[in-house]
Every structure is written in C-alpha cells, then in structure tokens.
Design a protein around this ligand. Structure first.
Ligand code: ZN
Length: 243
C-alpha cells in the first residue's frame, strides 16, 4: 500500500489542495500526523476535505487547544489570538471529528505520533539528543512524527549512533534493514525550514521506502484569506518565508 504521509496542515486549505493535486494517483490512503487546525483561515474546510479522503488522522497540540483540552496561555500571543478565532469558528461537526483523534497510533510496521513517541502531543524532536532518547519509546523500526514543521530524517545505526539529515526530494529512501528511523515529512500548511513550499511524503509499505516531496502553492491566496479573517500579521507574513 502507498500512504500519503502529511502533517501540520494548520487550516491552510490552499496548501492542502496543492498537495493532493501534486500527489494524485501516488497513494491509496492518507496518514495525517496532526494539527489540522490552528494558525490558518479554513479549519472547517480542511476538516471536511480530510473526511472525504480514505485516511487515518492523529490530533496535535493545536487540535487539542481548539478542543479546549490544553491551556492556551502557553501559546505565544499570535498563536493564542489565532486559536481564539479558531475556537469561535470551529463547527460542531469539526469539533466532534477532532475530538475522536488520538495523538499516536501504530501498526505492525510503523509508529505514528504527532510530536514524539515519548510525548505524542508536546515534545519537539528537533535535535540529535532528543531523537536518540526517543528510540527507546517505540517498538517498530520506524516512527513518523510532525510538530516541528521541519522535514528531517534521524537514523539510529547498528553501532547505536544517531545522525540527522535533510531529505533528498523525489528520491526513495529505503527503510528496510536494521537501521531505525524517526522521520518528519514536514508541514503542509506552515513550513518552518525556510522553504515556503508545502511538504509531504509518500510511504510505500510493500517496498518499504519513503519519498519526500515539496510543492509550491498559492501562498498569496492563503494570505488573502487570513487577512479577511484579521488573523495576526506575523502569522500571515511567515508563510512566504517558510519560517
Ligand atoms: Zn503544528
């Protein structure tokens, strides 16, 4: 089976649609790693589009905030303002859908978490030390995570050394063999690796390969929709820098 592996859409419908268009016929099912809402201008539309797809979805910290499960005082001022708008905008149907999602799931081959296998809602796996200490917290060879909005591949080799590298777009990476991996496909709706394009990956569970991709989307259109809802200017500006 081929899985479209995506994370951190953050209510950016234009970016979500661009990923679906770019990856058409490349996958059989979607695996979404959480943060469907928060920051962006179209939370209900993103929930509705996800629900039309054959998919499994996780919840992220912004989804939990939208559900009122976490105190948004821990968010910075811009994220907090956007979250107040999101909470006021979210329909009952969207709320009920998000409320059913877990922050972590696994099958016989792979583990999937929003943030990290150790702390599926909050922990940022963005350095070697954090990655190294997380390998003890899942059983499968590979764990996929989102949350940092930065595509990255952490590898634990047979000598127990951990290394990190950026993906080579369009080139399948073999996940077979004895190495273990923690891999982030990057963010669809708010990339933070200074590349403004939407990020996604395709996982082939038979060949046991993962291929990362980027696709440009109409950033200005998402920005117009954010301006229309008076979302915070720094959140609007950052989309064009991918940071
Ligand atoms: Zn996020």
């Amino acid at each position: 089976m081929r899985i479209l592996l995506i994370s951190d859409i953050h209510a950016n419908l234009v970016a979500f649609e661009a990923v679906l268009e770019a990856s058409v016929n490349q996958w059989d099912q979607v695996m979404f790693l959480g943060d469907l809402v928060g920051y962006g201008p179209e939370p209900n539309e993103c929930v509705a589009l996800m629900r039309q797809l054959p998919h499994v979805a996780l919840s992220g910290n912004h989804d939990w905030a939208a559900l009122g499960r976490i105190d948004i005082e821990s968010f910075n001022a811009n994220a907090r303002q956007a979250m107040h708008w999101t909470q006021a905008t979210l329909s009952t149907a969207s709320y009920d859908y998000l409320a059913e999602l877990p922050p972590l799931t696994m099958d016989s081959q792979f583990t999937y978490a929003h943030a990290s296998p150790r702390d599926p809602v909050w922990e940022y796996v963005s350095d070697l030390e954090t990655a190294a200490s997380n390998f003890a917290h899942f059983e499968t060879n590979v764990c996929f995570v989102g949350h940092t909005h930065v595509p990255v591949i952490f590898v634990l080799d047979a000598l127990q050394a951990v290394t990190a590298y950026a993906p080579v777009y369009g080139e399948p990476l073999s996940l077979a063999g004895t190495d273990r991996f923690i891999i982030n496909p990057g963010s669809v709706g708010q990339p933070r690796d200074t590349d403004a394009r939407a990020a996604y990956a395709v996982l082939d569970t038979d060949a046991v390969t993962l291929t990362h991709f980027r696709v440009a989307y109409d950033v200005a259109e998402t920005q117009r929709r954010m301006i229309a809802h008076e979302l915070p200017p720094p959140l609007i500006a950052r989309l064009q820098y991918g940071f």
